[in-house]
Design a binder for this molecule. Sequence first.
Ligand code: ZN
Length: 134
Amino acid sequence: MNKIEHIGIAIKNMDEAIKNYEILLGTKCYKVEEVASEGVKTAFFKVGESKIELLEATNPESPIAKFILKRGTGMHHIAFDVTDISKEIERLEKEGYQLIQSSPKNGADNKLIAFLHPKSTEGVLVELCQERVQ
Ligand code: ZN
């Protein structure tokens, strides 16, 4: 894996959270994007080489809505940049890690993504992501 691509934070109110993080990080949000299939609205900030992704649920069935019900707002996942996501999924499955997706799917911010089950990774939801070729 190449680097921490972003850290995902589950939030309740996108407008308030964007304002908060713009002041905190001293930088403007560069993209707001809804991923309808996941039931989330995302907002991205650049912090040096890494990014912060704010995640707001767009419906009560959204994984983010469920996460907030259980654990409140806060850190949701860590995303690692990988060069070849399919190879990485294959490698990790062979090593016995439990993947939530066994093939990559389209994520926000022009990425192919796959999640590992937190059971496999000491309680942390891990996302693999690869820049999608346009
Ligand atoms: Zn993410």
